[in-house]
Design a protein around this ligand. Structure first.
Ligand SMILES: *Cc1c(COP(=O)(O)O)cnc(C)c1O
Length: 259
């Protein structure tokens, strides 16, 4: 089967990093773009964290990335993260789970994750808290909001956020740090930017309502294709995979099934 034009463009744009020097150069290039975007928006670049996303990258290449200095890696699927965690236990690296979680995988996440960025249901909060309490651990969490309405089935509708935040404090092992979103997948910058704005406005409103319920009010938004726009709109964490590791073989629709 021949590749689509989109796939060809993606692999040309994001060559595969295979050496420590490749990873250092890619991270430096992304960092420079983050800093420039922060500058344009009159923001402090130091307030933006870069979370490298390593999904689908095989462990041999992960070890090189970790060698280059990466200490926190994002994974979208729990099973893959569990395996990679086990295969790199000799190294100094932590894991952020950034994808949809089913309650039957809560135990795995509670056992090793450093943060969880896709909290969108109380049943998941309850399952995580139960496992975390048993393990004597805490977990940083971001509440995922669906800012593109009809375009994704993950994340809660904006109208439900306020009630959700009010219900979270009983799960005392969860430390709420802020909100997370995936913008709509489209080349139309205006629509992408609108998603990021929705998240920022929700954060501002939540902070005004009750600042104790939203931690530092962080905004995790922006990926390889749109992180500069996200930083301009207030992101404090950008989740970047392909621009650091190289193009993925599978299309985005594999990770984010459309509603
Ligand atoms: C894969 C993924 C990213 C990173 O996407 P890239 O295109 O590789 O930068 C960000 N956020 C989530 C939730 C992801 O699953």
């Amino acid at each position: 089967m021949s590749k689509s034009v989109d796939e060809e463009n993606t692999s040309a744009r994001y060559p595969t990093a295979t050496t420590v020097a490749d990873f250092r150069a890619n991270v430096a290039a992304v960092r420079a773009r983050i800093d420039a975007a922060a500058d344009r928006a009159g923001r402090d670049a130091a307030s933006v964290r870069l979370l490298p996303v390593s999904k689908t990258v095989p462990t041999e290449r992960l070890r090189i990335a970790i060698d280059s200095g990466l200490r926190l890696l994002g994974e979208n699927k729990v099973q893959e993260a569990v395996r990679k965690h086990r295969e790199t236990e000799d190294l100094d690296v932590s894991w952020a789970i950034i994808g949809h979680l089913q309650t039957n995988k809560a135990r795995d996440v509670a056992a090793f994750a450093h943060e969880f960025q896709a909290l969108d249901r109380l049943r998941v909060a309850e399952a995580l808290d139960r496992r975390l309490q048993a393990a004597g651990r805490g977990l940083d969490v971001f509440v995922q909001v669906n800012t593109s309405a009809e375009d994704s089935k993950f994340g809660m509708p904006p109208a439900e956020l306020s009630g959700f935040l009010k219900a979270l404090p009983v799960y005392s092992s969860l430390r709420v740090r802020g909100l997370m979103t995936l913008a709509i997948l489209t080349p139309d910058e205006t629509r992408v930017r609108a998603c990021f704005r929705v998240l920022r406005e929700l954060r501002d409103r939540a902070k005004a309502d009750d600042p104790d319920l939203i931690g530092d009010g962080e905004l995790s938004m922006g990926m390889s294709g749109d992180y500069e726009i996200a930083v301009e709109e207030g992101a404090t964490c950008v989740r970047v995979g392909q621009a650091i590791f190289g193009a993925r073989a599978l299309p985005d629709s594999y990770y984010w099934p459309e509603g």
